[in-house]
Structures are given as C-alpha cells and as structure tokens.
Design a binder for this molecule. Structure first.
Ligand code: DQA
Length: 147
C-alpha cells in the first residue's frame, strides 16, 4: 500500500492558537485527522509526525527509506534556513512536496527563500489546511497511485 509521511516542523504544534490571523484556527490534531480520513478514502496509509528539532526532522526524512513512498513536508521556519534538511532530502530517493499554510511569497522577504524548493517535486502554499489534502492528491498522482 502507498505510504505517505506528513512531516511538520517547528511551532506547527501550536496551530489553532499561533497567529490565527496568519495560520487560521485549525489545530494540528485536526489537520492530522483530516489527512488520516483522506488516506482511508484514497486507499493509502499516512503517518503524521511533528518536531520542533531540526535533527529530528533530518532523522525522520532519512527513516523514510524503505518505509514510505512520499513525504509532505511543512518545515516551518527551517524552510528558510536549513541546509541540513536540503541535504537530507537530496540524500534519499523518496519524493518530497513542500507545503506551507500561508503564502510565503506574499510575506516577509526572508520567507521567499526556500532551501527545500530545489529538492522538492513542487511546492503548495497559501491554501491553509486544505494544502495538506492538495499535497496528498499531488503526491499520489506523482507516485501513480490509482485512487
Ligand atoms: C509556514 C511558513 C513559514 O515561513 C513559517 O516559519 C512557519 C509556517 C507555513 O506553514 O505557512 O512556521 O511554514
């Protein structure tokens, strides 16, 4: 069965109360429940992980080798700083879709730079929690998974 990892980075555990004017009021638990329900509908499996630690995100990316077929990654602020995440993604064969709730290109200049984008299949941003569902569709299509 096609297996996806939904990986969320720093401060995304605070969704729901963190800057709701930017990120909305949906909690991470609600997003993960939506992803699990969608996976059931699509006939794939989904694992959801969140960490505030860069090294743990690197470990999770490396651990997908042989266990997951695709990664949907919201790396939070590490998107804009982390060569380690870029290197981790470049070191594995598992495809990654970069995801952001907000439209990072319409925000501060420092958010326009992504270290993930050059090693990602593509980027989805600006659609709030719906982005996770869109990213799952995009990844399943990329993987040739028939839904
Ligand atoms: C974010 C955008 C990042 O710039 C920010 O640091 C986040 C969340 C988003 O989902 O919109 O933590 O990745």
């Amino acid at each position: 069965m096609t297996s996806l990892l939904i990986l969320n980075g720093p401060n995304l555990n605070l969704l729901g109360t963190r800057q709701p004017e930017v990120y909305g009021k949906t909690t991470l638990a609600e997003i993960e429940a939506m992803c699990a329900a969608k996976a059931k509908d699509c006939g794939c499996s989904v694992t959801c992980l969140q960490s505030n630690c860069e090294g743990e995100l690197v470990n999770a990316i490396q651990a997908t080798r042989g266990t997951h077929d695709g990664i949907i990654l919201n790396a939070g602020a590490y998107t804009h700083t982390s060569v380690a995440l870029l290197d981790a993604i470049a070191s594995i064969d598992v495809p990654v879709i970069e995801l952001h709730l907000s439209n990072i290109h319409a925000r501060e200049e420092f958010r326009h730079k992504s270290y993930i984008a050059p090693v990602a299949v593509g980027q989805i941003c600006g659609f709030g929690p719906d982005g996770y569902s869109l990213a799952m569709d995009a990844m399943l299509s990329h993987l040739g998974h028939a839904t």
